[in-house]
Design a protein around this ligand. Structure first.
Ligand code: M6R
Length: 366
């Protein structure tokens, strides 16, 4: 049942090339530069004129929502707000018929996310769902939605469901761009062609597993961890920290790299491992200065870098390479080494990676 792997989590990490392919199947036509989302077809006109999108979710799904915010704003040019479902529902939020509220939930059963959606529905908003479990409660109450098609996820720590959620959000961002014409046809062709290659690139990223295991061995006894990234790599940093804390019980925090100097920098000494997402994208140079700030305080730097990088290599204590890709798809690749790092550290600490203490796969209590 674990497909030859020791744990469901590892099986699910390795399934990602396939689950992302399944998620995109029949939905992208790279040569034509076209995205087709059957579930949203009737809402094309609504999406064309929408003024605002609110995403509600919890935990890892909320992190996917944050990645979605970057993508939808960048390509679809629609303002997006991402809310913790539990906060949204209890504060008399301002929503009307003009709004689109999208719930993201692997299980489709999370109590707070469900309640947030019901509230939005009562206020007249259009509600969409991005869920993995077919026929769950959330997809049953939504007006429309897109399934992630990642297949059953057994490990409590979400892995393949997260990357599938990010894939769906990428498709939605490009679909809105296509309907509104905010991205040219030729750019859509380029982007979709590259998106289509992501499963193969994930395959390559997974090949660094042994190196990651060696790095995990060095840091398995750390008490704290910081994860830093900028732009859409910031939610990836949050997700890397959540993975580590939930399965290894090491205290970990994710931050936007630029926020480090507004507080967390005080924590840095030789005992503090800092994981940077330092790939060759728009904020590369800025991230490099953040790495220097950590090194100047003797922090231990583990950097996720673009294949062939030499500059970060000179500064970081450890580097993990991921293949070059367009910035739009960076979250899909950069997440992979962080999942593996959390997995190996947890295992080396003797933790139950598939069923961490105090956690349930789906949180149906409020
Ligand atoms: O089923 P959902 O996506 O609604 O679940 C939301 C969170 O409970 C979930 O993502 C949780 O944070 C995971 N254990 C993270 O790995």
């Amino acid at each position: 049942e674990k497909g030859g792997f020791d744990h469901f989590m590892m099986k699910e990490i390795y399934e990602q090339p396939r689950s992302i392919r399944d998620c995109m199947r029949g939905r992208i036509y790279p040569q034509q530069g076209r995205v087709q989302l059957g579930g949203l077809k009737e809402y094309a006109e609504k999406l064309k004129n929408i003024d605002r999108i609110i995403i509600v979710a919890c935990g890892t799904s909320w992190h996917a929502g944050l990645v979605g915010e970057y993508l939808i704003e960048e390509y679809g040019r629609v303002p997006v707000e991402v809310e913790y479902a539990s906060e949204f529902r209890y504060r008399n939020p301002i929503i009307s018929e003009k709004d689109l509220v999208i719930a993201i939930s692997q299980s489709g059963e999370t109590a707070d996310t469900m309640a947030a959606l019901e509230l939005a529905k009562d206020k007249g908003a259009t509600i969409f769902g991005i869920c993995n479990v077919v026929g769950a409660s959330i997809p049953r109450i939504t007006d429309a939605g897109v399934y992630t098609h990642a297949g059953p996820e057994i490990g409590v720590a979400s892995t393949k469901a997260f990357t599938a959620q990010v894939t769906v959000l990428t498709l939605i961002a490009l679909y809105i761009a296509q309907i509104k014409g905010t991205v040219s046809q030729s750019k859509l062709i380029t982007l979709l062609t590259e998106l289509n290659e992501i499963p193969d690139l994930i395959e390559q990223a997974l090949k660094h597993n042994e190196e990651i295991k060696t790095i995990a061995a060095k840091f398995k006894d750390a008490r704290n961890f910081l994860f830093l990234g900028r732009g859409s790599a910031f939610p990836v940093a949050l997700e890397g920290a959540l993975k580590l804390k939930e399965i290894s019980y090491i205290h970990a925090e994710g931050y936007p790299a630029a926020e480090m100097k507004h507080g967390p920098i005080a924590l840095i000494d030789e005992e503090m491992p800092v994981v940077f997402i330092a790939t060759k994208h728009s904020s590369y140079e800025k991230v490099i200065s953040n790495i220097q700030e950590v090194k100047a305080r003797r922090g231990q730097v583990i950097a996720i870098v673009t294949e062939g990088d030499t500059e970060v290599k000179k500064m970081a204590d450890y580097v993990i390479e991921i293949p070059q890709t367009d910035e739009a798809f960076l979250p899909l690749l950069a997440t992979i080494p962080l999942q593996l790092l959390a997995y190996h550290i947890a295992l080396m600490r003797g933790c139950n990676v598939d069923q961490p203490r105090n956690l349930a796969k789906s949180v149906t209590v409020e």
